[in-house]
Design a protein around this ligand. Structure first.
Ligand code: AMP
Ligand code: MN
Ligand code: MN
Ligand code: MN
Length: 282
């Protein structure tokens, strides 16, 4: 098991644990370095850092930025960012206002299939009203009995092509990479196996991302298969990108993988921690 986890969520976005509770759980699971990477918001990093100090573990400030690249939604994780950087904060603010506008359209779309008041309902499930995610709508829909659990709600209502799904334009890939680098961080493509894009498009994405100054891709993540660990380890090597690893933990009952429960990477990977956080592997 790896003693680190470089992709996790708290109640600042669509996670179920507060930043402090997340850090405490990570420490209990033997994590020595944890990145908090909430969607489009860095508001949890202060609290997470303070708790990490108490537990004697390292908190790597992070963020997961929503991006639209050639009509696909791609997530870019920034690690080691300065959460007070003005360019980053302004960029994230723009993405969040897009979320607010999208949430209204989602609610209208759900109203057309007879589900009313979903914006208010989703907001009740969001601790941070600045950051409304499909996950908050999902939890409201489960609460209302429209499906048994969050995964089923996504399949029925919130995935692309379903009644609660509306298309949306997120940040550009270039902008996200620029904000992360401006804030002194490194940019990583999150869960590359989840985008459902073909091999050629994936190669196009990796080449463009590398040329924009991107540093790495997640090789190990909550919903990659063993075969995908190897596939993306090979692609990272081929494109000169570093390998990263993160659970994408959201909450004890909702996630594929718990925080701090990451298997080892395939042998021979050049990892982000060997390059940037040497002390973690000593
Ligand atoms: P958003 O960024 O608001 O579009 O919401 C995306 C979030 O929804 C992801 O970060 C996941 O937490 C969650 N999500 C997306 N697809 C699924 C799914 N099929 N099952 C459960 N959660 C999902
Ligand atoms: Mn999420
Ligand atoms: Mn993601
Ligand atoms: Mn995530």
């Amino acid at each position: 098991m790896l003693p680190l986890d470089l992709h996790t969520h708290s109640t600042i976005s669509d996670g179920l644990l507060s930043p402090s509770d997340l850090v405490a759980r990570a420490a209990r699971h033997g994590v020595r370095a944890l990145a908090l990477t909430d969607h489009d918001d860095v508001g949890g990093i202060g609290e997470a850092s303070a708790t990490a100090r108490q537990f004697g573990i390292k908190l790597i400030p992070g963020v997961e930025i929503s991006v639209t690249w050639r009509n696909h939604t791609i997530h870019i994780v920034g690690l080691g960012i300065d959460p007070t950087n003005a360019a980053l904060l302004t960029g994230l603010e723009t993405v969040r206002s897009g979320r607010a506008e999208r949430a209204e359209r989602m609610a209208q779309s759900l109203a057309r299939v007879g589900i009313g008041s979903s914006l208010e309902g989703a907001l009740r499930h969001a601790r941070n009203p600045r950051l409304l995610s499909r996950t908050h709508f999902a939890r409201f829909l489960v609460e209302q009995g429209h499906a048994r659990d969050v995964k089923r709600v996504f399949n029925r209502f919130l995935a692309k092509g379903k009644p609660g799904y509306v298309s949306h334009r997120w940040a550009d890939l270039d902008s996200a990479a620029t904000w992360i680098r401006a804030a002194g961080g490194i940019a990583i493509i999150a869960h590359p196996g989840r985008y459902g894009i073909g091999k050629n498009l994936m190669r196009g994405l990796l080449a463009e991302f590398r040329d924009l100054g991107g540093s790495g891709i997640e090789v190990v993540t909550g919903n990659h298969t063993q075969a995908q660990f190897h596939e993306f380890a090979a692609l990272a090597r081929e494109f000169g990108l570093l390998a990263s690893a993160g659970s994408d933990f959201h909450g004890p009952e909702e996630s594929f993988m718990d925080v701090g429960r990451l298997p080892e990477l395939p042998p021979g990977c050049a990892t982000v921690w060997a390059r940037h956080w040497q002390e973690l592997i000593q």
